[in-house]
Design a protein around this ligand. Structure first.
Ligand code: SF4
Ligand code: SF4
Length: 296
């Protein structure tokens, strides 16, 4: 199984009409994504662990460059010093991923030409220049332009941004549920309204703070690794004494592990309350034209 959404790079440029219009990797100064460079594939991919790793690595990188050494010398040190235990063995964790700004708001490639006055150093990396420059993850094709704009508008934190935007099931299922309730594809411009923005933010924050989250190292969203192969995680509804939940894809994306039917009921109630809240805010100010379509 290819886990392209988590890290494996494939060259997607040159695919003509499939090319998306909006690139999600570095959308603005407040956040960025490094998922396909293996950011979330460390055995400990918690936020504090990644911050420590990227901070130290970035410092080391610039010290190496300031000393006039080759970037390969930096890589040798990092590969020797850091713990590269992985969640999924087949996904490479690139040692050249670091912070791009002093404020540590943006993760990104320390070999990128934008960082070196136009000189592209990515040729020395594991994937090489062509794959690094040519890859766009499946989210670019599977998410609608409106969904992309909403994610960029509401998520201002690199850790959460990368986790959410690469979870296509999570994003598409959530927005489909919302669209079904409000009667149109959710409009990005409505995210200027505090109530709506906060509700969407609260939903996506469950990607890291979901109370029924499994702590198994091999789990990430709906996938888990049993030591030999990747599988889609399951929720044993029969054991819980419940029917398959209408929010099943969301539960998998939140890496859920319910210990009882009551916990499952609580999870459903949380999601339903979020959807209801959004719907109430959204319809309060829905333009008249949409509520009463012209009969002609
Ligand atoms: S948005 Fe996609 S292509 Fe860009 S860095 Fe993230 S995972 Fe990679
Ligand atoms: S060289 Fe840069 S773009 Fe390529 S995988 Fe490493 S960090 Fe990502």
């Amino acid at each position: 199984m290819t886990l392209a959404i988590f890290g494996n790079r494939v060259n997607t440029l040159g695919q003509g009409p499939l090319l998306p219009t909006m690139v999600l990797c570095q959308p603005d100064a407040a956040k960025s994504c490094g998922a396909c460079c293996g950011l979330y594939n460390y055995a400990d991919s918690s936020r504090p662990a990644l911050v420590r790793r990227l901070r130290k690595r970035t410092k080391r990188f610039w010290e190496t460059m300031a000393a006039g050494e080759r970037p390969e010398a930096f890589a040798e040190r990092i590969l020797r010093e850091e713990d590269f235990s992985k969640r999924y063995e087949v996904i490479y964790c690139c040692e050249y991923l670091g912070f791009l700004d002093r404020e540590e708001k943006r993760v990104g490639c320390l070999l990128h030409p934008a960082v070196h006055g136009g000189e592209d150093l990515r040729g020395i990396s594991f994937y090489g220049r062509e794959l690094c420059a040519g890859h766009l993850c499946p989210s670019h094709q599977h998410l609608t332009e409106k969904q992309k704009r909403i994610l960029i508008r509401v998520l201002d934190d690199w850790y959460l941004y990368g986790l959410c935007l690469t979870d296509i099931d999570l994003v598409k299922t959530y927005f489909q549920l919302l669209s079904d309730r409000v009667g149109e594809e959710v409009r990005p411009e409505r995210m200027e309204e505090e109530g709506l923005r906060a509700t969407v933010q609260a939903f996506f924050s469950w990607k890291v703070s979901w109370p029924f989250r499994s702590e198994e190292t091999g789990r990430l969203g709906k996938y888990f690794f049993d030591g030999s192969e990747y599988m889609i995680a399951r929720i044993d509804y029969e054991r819980l004494g419940r029917r398959t939940s209408p929010f099943h894809p969301l539960f998998l994306s939140f890496t859920s592990e319910f210990r009882s039917g009551e916990e499952l009921d609580q999870g459903e109630a949380m999601i339903r309350a979020n959807l209801d809240r959004f719907t109430r805010f959204y319809l309060e100010k829905k333009p008249l034209a949409l509520e009463r379509p012209c009969p002609y």
